[in-house]
Design a binder for this molecule. Sequence first.
Ligand code: GLV
Length: 394
Amino acid sequence: MNLSSSRVVNIADLRSIAERRVPKVVFDYLDGGADGEVTLRENCRAFESVLFRPRQAVAFPEVNLRARVLGHELSVPFMLAPVGYSRMMHPGGEVVAARAAGIAGTGYILSTISGHMLENVKAATPAPTWYQLYLVGGREAAEGAIERARNAGFSALVITVDTAVAGMRERDPRNGMKELLSGSLLSKIPFVPQILSRPGWLLSFLLDGGMPDLENVVIPGQGPMPLIDVTVSLGRSAVTWADLRWIRESWKGPIVVKGILIADDARRAVDEGAAAIVVSNHGARQLDYVSPTIRALPEIVAAVHGQTEVLMDGGVRRGSDIVKALCLGARAVLIGRAYAYGLAAAGQAGVARAIEILRADVDRTMRLLGCGAVSELNRSYIEYPCEWERAAKA
Ligand code: GLV
């Protein structure tokens, strides 16, 4: 795969290559959002409402891109978000994504909906690795994963709190995701042509052994859970504040609460002992018509008064988006689709290219902005709609 800088200039270029390489059902799972995809579009569009206020005539021999998150030093102010079904996008899946992150000196968050064993993912990277826990296989399976994650050296547990049920990602049923993953042979037939039209992907999928199991959801007495449709899996994944207590007891290390969109929940997360929160709408895959995350960020930053670290994800496709989020108070940003397009396009090399594009973007943006360190970014470098601020004060 040719990922040269003339062919792949930005993340959108990786998206186009991914679309041509993987079957529609896989691409749409990654690319799509809930319902009318209003928040999906808004997550990206809202960044356009934030404008820069550069300081001119300053130059830096080097820009410091390092960010500190939960005591870890990251070489760039972003890390890789949990992405389900990564092994369907590319056989290397979670292992190669974690490896690419590690080579770049940044962290990786492993989703419960993963096809590679968490031990192998951790072994692929010396950089910080966090485990994102869903309760999909029940409490005992979750406790088993927590213990394995601790023994393997994962340094934080990420609890996603926005999945009471799965959002309605309308593209998935149209593409036959459920039938292809767990239906009868007969029910799969209408959806097979999209698979056959991607022979390169199909060959690599078959050589990888076909459908992976959920290697990190081990049901006691049964073994790893078979891969199931996302609606079913997230439908069994709900986590409540009450669950957070036994999870905290069982894990004992830092907990990151992901999926916060309003001040009250942010304060609740702080009270429940969250070491960090992620302002997130789950990449617009759950409830549609919620705030784009960049807009929700000032409210959350104001609500927690520095009592916990604030991260954000959603709609990040350029380094300038990352810089804007940092100006609004995020300590670092999680990137999801931006690297997953690279994974689907070209495995590890694609993830590495995505990270390099964003790293170079952040570096260039900082220089053009006249700021020498990401830790020095603040609101004086941007202007943004005043109603975002009103929400923060309410
Ligand atoms: C998994 O968490 C998904 O949103 O698809």
